[in-house]
Design a protein around this ligand. Structure first.
Ligand code: ATP
Ligand code: MG
Length: 307
């Protein structure tokens, strides 16, 4: 085995693991603090430390599916874990993060928050009680931030329910006196902006698609330095970067899936590195490759079949 100098110090030992263990490691969830994700995480950090006042800052993190919104929320929640207040004998939950149910009526929404607060409560039909209980418990557990992931789910509701939901957001933003953070797609952002009061309260930060710039080059450098392959990969090279961007459409989730798939192949076929030509393989499929690219490839194959 080579000296593994192409890997970051703390990742070298892993490259010596047996194949099955390396593959299992690649498939595991991990956090990569690329600059945009780190910037959002730091903003959340600053919001959490914001002194209480009548108007607390609110933030909408938006972007297309797979851009890493939920991953940021999960990471932030993990960094601010539940605890236990010895003096009062109650649990503390500094960051309450809930994922919105597929069609969030008011009752279901409060049900979800109460579940997170570990309060079994059948909210059905009694939204007002659920709301009061939520407010009381949020205070009791010392909640300092409420995060609602996937607010785009509200778009699956009727226009009337959507209005009710936006009212709920406004109520929460005003009443809880803690920062409110929402994540969603572009449609959710548009829906939020239709409410003048919310548009005024919320700052918005977009997770934009990756482009062939320095940030993306650094992401490729980082991946090449942490993936447990025994030979140096070409991920940083221009041809690799353009191919990865083309195939993934600049989508964070697809970029990770694609590079991970290639790394696993490199272990399985013994090449132990990712080269530009690996990205030409015709059998790279969803979810790592965008549907657009797959459709283009099929069209090309069909056209070739006709000549
Ligand atoms: N910071 C990160 N570190 C490592 N992997 C990441 C990171 N951000 C995103 N990913 C990868 O991208 C995938 C998609 O991310 P995530 O589920 O957070 O997207 P999302 O924006 O919440 O999408 P959706 O709108 O569909 O909920 C993750 O499963 C993970 O593999
Ligand atoms: Mg998500």
């Amino acid at each position: 085995m080579s000296d593994l100098f192409h890997l970051a110090d703390s990742y070298r030992a892993r490259a010596r693991w047996p194949d099955a263990d390396r593959i299992a490691w690649i498939r595991k969830d991990r956090w990569l603090g690329f600059p945009k994700a780190e910037a959002v995480r730091k903003t959340l950090d600053a919001m959490l430390r914001y002194p209480p006042r009548t108007r607390m800052p609110c933030l909408l993190i938006y972007g297309q599916t797979g851009m890493g919104k939920s991953r940021i929320v999960e990471r932030f929640e993990a960094e601010n874990p539940r605890g236990f207040n010895e003096a009062t004998g109650v649990a503390t939950i500094p960051v309450v993060a809930v994922q919105l149910p597929p069609q969030p009526t008011d009752g279901e929404f409060y049900g979800e928050v109460l579940e997170k607060l570990r309060a079994g409560f059948a909210a059905r039909g009694d939204t007002q009680r659920a709301r009061l209980l939520t407010r009381r418990l949020m205070g009791q557990v010392g909640a300092r931030m409420l995060i609602l992931d996937e607010i785009n789910h509200m778009l699956a509701c009727t226009p009337r329910q959507q209005r009710i939901f936006l009212n709920t957001l406004r109520y929460l933003a005003n009443d809880l006196q803690i920062p409110l953070v929402c994540t969603g797609n572009h449609e959710a952002q548009a829906a939020l902006l239709t409410d003048a009061a919310l548009a005024e309260r919320f700052d918005a930060v977009e997770l934009v698609r990756w482009q062939n710039d320095e940030a993306f080059r650094l992401l490729m450098v980082t991946l090449a330095a942490i993936l447990p392959l025994r030979r140096s990969s070409q991920l940083e090279e221009e041809r690799c970067r353009t191919s990865v961007l083309d195939l993934s459409d600049g989508n964070t989730g697809r970029i990770f899936r694609l590079v991970e798939t290639l790394a696993i192949r490199a272990i399985e076929n013994g090449s132990e590195c990712i080269e530009a030509s690996d990205l030409d393989a015709d059998d790279l499929l969803m979810p790592s490759v965008s549907m657009k690219v797959i459709a283009q490839r099929r069209a090309r194959t069909r056209a070739r079949g006709r000549v």
